[in-house]
Design a protein around this ligand. Structure first.
Ligand code: G3H
Length: 478
């Protein structure tokens, strides 16, 4: 069936022998946009086998050659930004210009990873024995960084390209092979991205991309004995994966409920700009989105007015028109968001705008006077709905932030740097931004969540280091 996009194995594009496909529903039209192969478990087994063999050779390929191929892939990826971005628009309703930005950022990430890898993997350590009590100077220890083997990469729908390459590039530069399982929404964009790596000329079998139903190949992949490392970004599934996965290093970036704490002395115009950017970019479908505003009562009214004025200016519509607010990824996601909105309504939140929904399109909504008994105070809408909780002390804000299951990022707005640092220290999150909305980038910064927000630290350097292990050789002198 020529209409079904092929999967990638052994350096070739293949049809699944299952004869089945998975439909990708365009969030805007709610009609089938593309179809991808529903790979079988046998096909996954084959991919794993080939991946292991390819990795062994790749590990022996000089680092500078690995870097060269990554630079080539990065350049092709950037050249292909148009068609890849178009897939993102159709599959995940990402506004057109943000879709292009995602691809360009991905190319830059791949190049930077190649450069960083050359430097950090090109260095080892040399230790001598006589610093530890009881030892003479007779043992020389040489350490180097060696690959883990086969890295399984599972990116989420919201960045199918960027959060795929942020796993692929560090894995490859470090001498690992890659098995990519893209999200269903975003799978075709991911396949196009894989094609750029194919065109760059990576060895056959080093990169594989299997598509299909989570129910059929999800657990099968994550529990596969051939996997030596899992890098996952997504939601609760990550918690289930960590419980089932074998004894392999895990890198997990899961949900967030990033708080924005606003003190009395904050520059409210700056806060409002950041709340709009942080809360409503890509319709709130970012793990690092501002997901709750905790504002001091004395400035709450003024801040809410400023944010309301900006919400009124957000454009709502299809991603092709570059609308600020576009349809959320699926009907079930829209229904979930609506559930949070209804709960807040029943419990007496103040609606700053009228709630409006058409299909998967939800108009931006700011909810004021949210209280801790409302679900939206704690849960992640992953949509354009933002709760405001008015607080009477900084401690109350910190307490709310730390009572969350999540601990990805947070932000604090104040002109008093001393207070900002104290609050940052007190917030139990992987990162705290002072006077800006949370964000993962620049992509070489460390990026990590605590509690239910994840395991391990990402960012280019940390990801490379996570995808290697230390090997020592000890020279024993007579
Ligand atoms: O959705 C999770 C992403 O890692 C957030 O990345 O801060 O660049 O939007 P971003």
């Amino acid at each position: 069936d020529g209409d079904v996009f092929k999967y990638y194995s052994e350096g070739e594009w293949k049809k699944s022998s299952s004869g089945k496909s998975v439909a990708i529903i365009n969030p805007t039209t709610r009609k089938t946009q593309y179809k991808v192969q529903a790979c079988s478990q046998q096909e996954v087994n084959k991919v794993m086998e080939v991946s292991k063999a390819a990795q062994k050779l790749w590990a022996k390929t000089p680092l500078w050659k690995r870097a060269e191929l990554l630079h080539k892939a990065a350049a092709i990826l950037k050249e292909q930004k148009g068609p890849i971005a178009e897939c993102l628009v159709k599959e995940i309703a990402k506004p057109a210009k943000d879709a292009v930005t995602e691809v360009v950022r991905s190319g830059d990430l791949v190049s930077y990873t190649a450069e960083e890898g050359v430097r950090i993997l090109g260095e080892g350590k040399f230790l001598m024995s006589d610093s530890f009590p009881g030892n003479e100077r007779t043992k020389y220890c040489l350490t180097s960084k060696i690959p883990l083997g086969v890295v399984l990469a599972i990116p989420p729908f919201n960045y199918p390209v960027n959060l795929a390459v942020s796993k692929i590039a560090p894995a490859l530069i470090a001498g690992n092979s890659i098995v990519l399982k893209p999200p269903t929404q975003g799978a075709v964009a991911a396949l196009h991205m894989v094609h750029c790596f194919h065109l760059a000329g990576f060895p056959k079998g080093l990169i594989s991309c299997v598509t299909g139903k989570g129910s059929e190949i999800g657990d099968f992949l994550t529990m596969h004995p051939g996997v030596n490392c899992i890098s996952f970004t997504g939601g609760d599934t990550g918690i289930a994966i960590s419980k089932k996965a074998g004894m392999v290093p895990l890198q997990m970036e899961l949900g967030g409920k990033d708080a924005c704490i606003v003190l009395e002395d904050a520059d409210l115009d700056l806060v409002a700009v950041n709340i709009i950017k942080g809360g409503f970019s890509y319709s709130g479908q970012r793990c690092t989105a501002v997901k709750v505003v905790l504002v001091m009562e004395s400035v709450a009214e003024a801040l809410v007015e400023k944010v309301k004025a900006k919400v009124a200016k957000l454009t709502v519509g299809p991603p092709e028109d570059n609308s600020d607010i576009t349809p959320v990824v699926s009907e079930s996601s829209a229904n979930f968001i609506e559930g949070l909105v209804i709960d807040a309504k029943q419990k007496g939140a103040t609606f700053c705008q009228e709630y409006k929904r058409e299909g998967n399109l939800i108009w931006p909504l700011l909810l004021d006077h949210v209280r801790p008994d409302m679900r939206i105070a704690w849960e992640e809408p992953f949509g354009p709905v933002l709760p405001v909780i008015r607080i009477n002390s900084i401690e109350e804000g910190i307490h709310h932030c730390n009572a969350s299951n999540f601990g990805l990022q947070g932000c604090v707005f104040t002109k008093d740097i001393n207070k900002a640092i104290l609050i940052s220290d007190a917030m139990e999150t992987g990162t705290v931004q002072i006077n800006s909305a949370p964000a993962r980038g620049p992509d070489h910064f460390p990026f990590q969540g605590i509690k239910d927000s994840g395991i391990g630290s990402q960012g280019i350097t940390n990801s490379i280091n996570m995808m290697v292990k230390v090997k020592s050789t000890v020279i024993n002198l007579p």
